[in-house]
Design a binder for this molecule. Structure first.
Ligand code: WTA
Length: 642
């Protein structure tokens, strides 16, 4: 019998008796209980969920803007993902890996097999000079070796810094330089939409002239190279590696994220707090059970990939599925075929993917059996009602709750969403803060807004979640400026309001950061990159809504000389591909004579945005050059006629 996990009551969806039966958390009282003493609540969860070599002396120490969890506690992260499961779950499948080429075999790793690989690679890293506290750069596609390298780092106390494989050589270089990594783990390439993509040339170019001393290359597309061969090293390596015992507050990884200035920030995550938080959020949000197959479609280049494609399912001795390739290869049925063949029970993906499938219409889904699905998740950007309903109806077949999880790179794990056994599941509404975590909505003066339906800044209150960042790598000023302008609250830079039912609805970023196909991009980073083009004198970038990608960047550029052309617009696109990566490509570039500026010289992006979306721009009287607005308005109007 096909199980139904939700029921409709009034306008909303709630957990069905079937869901209540299996849910870890079904009693709403948990919120009040956790709130009574959040530190105690997390202490209990930390003891139950994670294996410690030594218990902490103090569960929570706060001296803002810094705070630490489980101080004095000792553990090893890879032991928590692997070793501790070996006795009972050693032969259980930890990872199902689906290569993109349809003729290639699916690879499954049991916990035992994965453990062996991780120990071996940990020894390979050691053999290549990596020591506790060193930074290792990982530039890999969605292949098992990405997970193996990351876990190997955590085994020996090295700090990993994963860089998205679609990022350019320059973007990788900047991240290598910031972290001063000595070793780079990469692959010769990968498969994407049926093509062999080269990765090694980018890696090579990026490493040149940096601190990188060794490049270890995983063979994926059989390209010749002169670097250290992953496979050969693994053959030689011993499969026994004593784990390095780390302090709970020790840095485990750095992950770069876009901010409001040009340079990406290295967000620091610790070991113990992150482990506790990843474990419990995955267990409760997705109600992980013994025979579940969990599929988070996020690439490991992003935090969602770190926490939910890889780490959290393993901490829970669950089975995680990883797919190498594009969602439309060989056709749009691929994901649904994967779900059917592997009996996926939880699908966690992004609205941009859902919108893509939705636009292509449902034919490619119909032939697959999706009845193994139990819970659907959404992450990365606000999900609009149409996409929510489509996901709910076509993928969940009106049987599965949608868990719309709001969180950030900085928070390590999910923060606001409805729990599957509690609900409600309301389109566009994220829900409540996770038990033991608190958010409030404030105005620009820091005053709490309690009224319903009034937008304000979404901030987190003390005690801060165990998975939260521990600073910005070698940049304290950036950390304080970005997250602590309200002093006692963590500033998320997102807007939100309370619905009539007192649930939180996220309205989107309040800073100069945009979300393109779920990827965070900073306006300034993109502008800086365009400005480096020889023909460009100055530019401004603003995001506009896009039906599939959520938002896309539009550039306004002033040329040093001459006229703009199609050719130059194309050239800027490939220039950005090189500088940042294809995600950041401007959808359109307008070559303008002047940009609207205030008397103090600040570019008024707000006015550009209004013009793009066809609204009447406000505040023109304060401009230094109001005429520029007419010119741009005409240009936008003309381009729409074409
Ligand atoms: C946005 C991704 C609405 C938000 C985990 C946040 C969301 C930014 C949601 C962080 C959601 C993420 N609803 N907005 N469910 N999830 N966001 O660092 O603006 O890549 O600040 O982390 O994505 O993006 P990041």
């Amino acid at each position: 019998m096909v199980k139904k996990y939700i029921i409709k009551k009034g306008k909303e969806y709630w957990p069905s008796p079937e869901m209540k039966k299996i849910a870890w958390i079904k009693d709403e009282k948990i919120y009040a209980k956790a709130n009574k003493n959040p530190v105690k609540f997390w202490e209990e969860l930390a003891l139950e969920g994670i294996t410690w070599e030594k218990k902490w002396d103090k569960a929570y120490v706060e001296k803002l803007p810094y705070f630490e969890w489980f101080k004095g506690g000792k553990l090893n992260f890879s032991v928590n993902c692997l070793d501790r499961h070996l006795k009972e779950f050693g032969d259980k499948v930890a990872l199902i890996w689906i290569p993109e080429p349809t003729g290639e075999k699916v690879v499954k790793f049991t916990y035992k097999q994965l453990h062996k690989k991780v120990c071996k690679f940990a020894n390979v890293l050691k053999g290549n000079g990596v020591k506790k506290g060193d930074v290792v750069s990982i530039y890999l596609p969605m292949i098992p070796e990405a997970l193996i390298s990351m876990l190997a780092c955590t085994r020996i106390g090295a700090i990993h810094s994963v860089v998205f494989s679609a990022f350019s050589a320059e973007a990788l270089k900047a991240r290598i330089e910031d972290g001063k990594a000595k070793v780079l783990v990469t692959s010769d390439g990968y498969y994407r939409k049926g093509e062999k993509e080269d990765l090694l040339s980018k890696a090579e170019q990026a490493a040149k002239g940096t601190t990188i001393k060794k490049i270890i290359v995983v063979n994926r597309i059989n390209k010749e190279h002169k670097y250290i061969n992953y496979k050969k090293e693994m053959e030689k390596a011993s499969a026994s590696c004593v784990p390095e015992i780390m302090n709970s507050e020790d840095m485990m990884f750095i992950l770069y994220t876009s901010g409001t200035t040009g340079k990406p920030k290295g967000v620091i995550h610790d070991t113990g707090g992150y482990a506790v938080y990843a474990y419990w959020t995955a267990k409760w949000n997705f109600n992980l059970q013994e025979d579940d197959v969990f599929w988070c479609t996020a690439d490991v280049g992003w935090i969602t990939g770190h926490t939910y494609s890889f780490y959290a399912p393993l901490l829970n001795h669950s089975t995680t599925l990883v797919y190498e390739g594009g969602p439309d290869f060989p056709d749009l049925g691929r994901w649904w075929k994967i779900i059917q063949e592997n009996k996926v029970s939880v699908l966690y993906t992004a609205p941009t993917a859902i919108r893509m499938f939705m636009r292509a219409n449902g034919k490619f889904i119909k032939k697959y059996d999706l009845n193994s699905l139990k819970i659907l998740g959404s992450v990365g950007e606000p999900i609009d009602k149409e996409a929510w309903m489509w996901y709910f109806n076509e993928i969940g077949k009106k049987r599965c709750p949608i868990i719309d999880t709001w969180w950030q790179t900085e928070t390590g794990g999910t923060l606001i969403n409805s729990l599957p056994g509690i609900g409600p599941f309301v389109p566009t509404v994220a829900g409540k803060s996770f038990p033991g975590i608190n958010h409030i909505i404030i105005d620009k003066n820091g005053k709490e807004i309690k009224e319903k339906n009034k937008i304000g800044f979404l901030v987190q209150t003390s005690p801060f979640a165990p998975g939260m960042l521990h600073g910005v790598y070698k940049n304290e000023k950036k950390y304080i400026e970005t997250y602590w302008r309200f002093k006692k609250y963590y500033d998320s830079s997102d807007g939100a309001f309370y619905t009539d039912d007192n649930l939180i609805r996220i309205t989107g970023r309040t800073d100069d950061v945009m979300k393109v196909a779920g990827h965070l991009l900073s306006t300034a980073e993109l502008e800086n990159a365009i400005n480096e083009h020889v023909n460009i004198n100055e530019c401004a970038v603003v995001p506009i809504p896009d039906k599939i990608k959520g938002e896309v960047p539009i550039a306004f550029a002033i040329l040093k000389r001459g006229e703009g052309s199609w050719a130059l617009e194309k050239e800027i696109k490939s220039f950005i591909d090189k500088k940042i990566g294809p995600t950041a490509r401007p959808a359109k570039t307008y070559f303008v004579k002047a940009l609207p500026k205030t008397r103090s010289g600040k570019i008024m992006r707000r006015i550009l945005k209004a013009l793009l979306v066809g609204e009447e721009p406000k505040g023109l009287s304060t401009l230094l050059n109001p005429k520029s607005v007419d010119e741009i308005k005409k240009m936008i109007g003309d381009s729409k006629k074409i």
